[in-house]
Ligand binder design. Structure first.
Ligand code: SF4
Length: 180
């Protein structure tokens, strides 16, 4: 689960990418991480400041933040799309918010499709917001809590599980990165 400091780092990265001169707001950052279409819309309008501002302040962005008052560490604000948000956004923005190639996406989705860690997204307020954007059958990786369809499309993303038959690879068949 991504905590507020990670969201702040992601917001800073997004603000830099968009040339805002300041971090993007938290709700828009959360939505950009959960919703690749929204992120690409932002990227596509980055030279049109008025449109960027409209997207950044779209009232629907708020649904992508949720409050977990019962968290014992006192961090109450969490990102809807849990995972290594700041790192993922940093690498994605460096790639110009491009999608991974269709072959890569298909290979990753194929691996996730037969993985024991694939799970339906829980029925929480946060994922209800994600369902509104991505449809009813949202599935997550239960190791990193990322939405599988979004995660697989981001070039720099990685599978968090080592292949038991090849310690150099993840279950996606990509180089294993143990520090993630
Ligand atoms: S990202 Fe990796 S661990 Fe997660 S569901 Fe996909 S294959 Fe399994």
């Amino acid at each position: 689960m991504t905590t507020a400091p990670d969201l702040a780092a992601a917001a800073e990265e997004l603000g830099r990418f968009l040339g805002l001169g300041e971090p993007a707001n938290a709700a828009a950052t959360a939505r950009a991480l959960a919703d690749p279409k929204f992120a690409r819309a932002l990227a596509g309008t980055s030279k049109l400041p008025d449109l960027v501002q409209r997207l950044l302040h779209d009232p629907r962005n708020e649904a992508f933040l949720t409050v977990h008052a019962d968290q014992s560490d006192g961090v109450s604000q969490t990102l809807v799309l849990a995972g290594r948000a700041a790192g993922a956004l940093a690498s994605w923005t460096k790639d110009g918010l491009k999608r991974a190639s269709p072959d890569v996406i298909a290979r990753r989705l194929d691996a996730c499709g037969s993985c024991a860690f694939r799970a339906p997204a829980p029925d929480t307020m946060a994922f209800r917001a994600v369902r509104k954007v991505m449809g009813p059958d949202v599935e997550i990786c239960s190791i990193c809590s990322c939405v599988i369809r979004a995660k697989a499309a981001i070039p720099g993303e990685t599978c968090p599980t080592q292949d038991p038959e090849d310690s150099g690879l993840s279950l996606w068949g990509e180089p294993w990165k143990p520090d993630l």
